[in-house]
Unconditional design. Structure first.
Length: 420
């Protein structure tokens, strides 16, 4: 037995501990000197393992429960979860079990449980793979499942949970010649204009990355800018702009873009993407509620619960318990009111959130229409939009269970507003 576990498994265990034990998001856990010191292949493997264990946490626990008299400490439980997922999805028993035992043995507080880990995982290696496929799709936690069932019904929520378990393909937005790049990349050209790859590998190694021909952006996230129609030559303000996919879209469409965001590090990433793609925008670090001026186009991708992105970020329902959503809803309303004050005569505003909760989408627009006389929702006219996506108040409601045969999409709400 090796006295040192693989760096990828060790990093995955650390990330699992920070998400399940400290309530940190995975994006926060995957930082710091230890993470940066990993080889790129180990970083990719650790991220994949962590994401898949989080997606399948309930399944792992269901298989482990008969083998445990009482719940072990969290660190040991996470080692067992990691080992169970690997063993049930094709991992070689010898390497997986040895590494998991090594991880526990290296922990001063947990080393006395190394024998338990060895025994349990050897039983899982024998019986787990056959039982794995029969387990139910993991359910969302009740703090989220209950309001979603009230909004969309039990069948829709079950379909969303299946989409969350399946994960997400890689979607790209191209500057031009979508059909040509689809052929070159072996991608599907989606009806809304995005490209989709199911087996992408390393993103930076794909054709067109170095020359800045495209950027990563979920097909749903690409629709708010497309709803604005022709923006060439228009002065556009992208509020809460980072990480910047919509800024890039606006710039590629010929708008004169100012991108504003509170986070200077996130704006630095946006600057890197602008440089890579050869696109231009003025970047401003600041509070959206303090933005000034008159703009032809305003895009407000408001801070939200991000519940529409769980298929990409299965850590979200584990790291969060629904706290703070009411504060976010209040903030969204204030930001929407302020964004409307920035519109020049005849200007258009697109409001969007990557949330599945109507309170962060449909209800915000209904209440804004009641607060502002003369405000109207413009028709959501964009290629590829299906009739069932249109919400009663005029916006678009997108859900992870849409396009199931194509691999789904992130949950989003969006609406274009104009003063009459």
């Amino acid at each position: 037995m090796s006295d040192k576990a693989s760096p990828a498994r060790g990093a995955a265990l650390r990330c699992l501990g920070e998400v399940t034990g400290q309530g940190r998001l995975l994006s926060e856990a995957m930082t710091g000197p230890a993470w940066a010191a990993l080889a790129p292949a180990d970083r990719a493997a650790a991220q994949r393992m962590t994401l898949e264990v989080l997606r399948n946490l309930d399944r792992c626990d269901a298989l482990l429960k008969p083998h445990l008299r009482k719940a072990p400490p969290l660190m040991v439980r996470n080692v067992l979860r990691l080992g169970t997922w690997e063993l049930c999805t094709g991992g070689a028993a010898h390497g997986v079990v040895n590494d998991c035992v090594t991880l526990v043995s290296a922990d001063r507080k947990a080393r006395t449980m190394a024998g338990l880990v060895n025994a349990v995982l050897r039983r899982i290696a024998e019986d787990g793979p056959a039982a794995w496929a029969k387990l139910r799709v993991p359910r969302l936690p009740r703090w989220l499942r209950d309001p979603l069932r009230a909004a969309w019904g039990p069948q829709a929520v079950a379909a969303m949970e299946a989409a969350h378990l399946a994960g997400a393909p890689l979607d790209l937005t191209v500057k031009e010649d979508a059909a040509g790049w689809a052929e070159r990349l072996g991608a599907e050209l989606l009806p809304t204009g995005s490209l989709r790859l199911t087996e992408a590998g390393q993103v930076s190694g794909l054709p067109g990355f170095d020359e800045g021909a495209w950027w990563v952006q979920d097909a749903a996230a690409a629709l708010p800018v497309r709803l604005l129609g022709d923006v060439a030559g228009r002065r556009a303000l992208d509020l809460c702009a980072a990480p910047g996919g919509k800024t890039l879209q606006l710039a590629a469409a010929g708008a004169q873009v100012t991108a504003l965001d509170l986070s200077e590090p996130r704006l630095a990433r946006l600057a890197e993407n602008l440089a890579r793609t050869g696109l231009g925008a003025d970047l401003v670090a600041g509070d959206a509620l303090e933005a000034r001026g008159q703009w032809d186009v305003v895009l407000l991708d408001a801070p939200c619960s991000a519940t529409g992105t769980i298929r990409r970020h299965p850590d979200l329902p584990r790291a969060r318990q629904g706290e703070g959503i009411s504060d976010l809803i209040d903030l969204q309303a204030r930001m929407l009111d302020h964004a409307l004050s920035l519109l020049a005569p005849g200007g258009r505003l697109v409001f969007c959130t990557c949330s599945l909760l109507p309170d962060e989408g449909e209800c915000q627009i209904e209440e804004a229409l009641a607060r502002h006389s003369g405000l109207e929702v413009l028709p959501a006219e964009v290629p590829g939009v299906e009739p069932g996506w249109r919400a009663p108040e005029g916006g678009l409601r997108l859900r992870p269970d849409y396009w199931p045969a194509r691999g789904g999409m992130d949950g989003f709400y969006m609406a274009v507003l104009q003063r009459g």
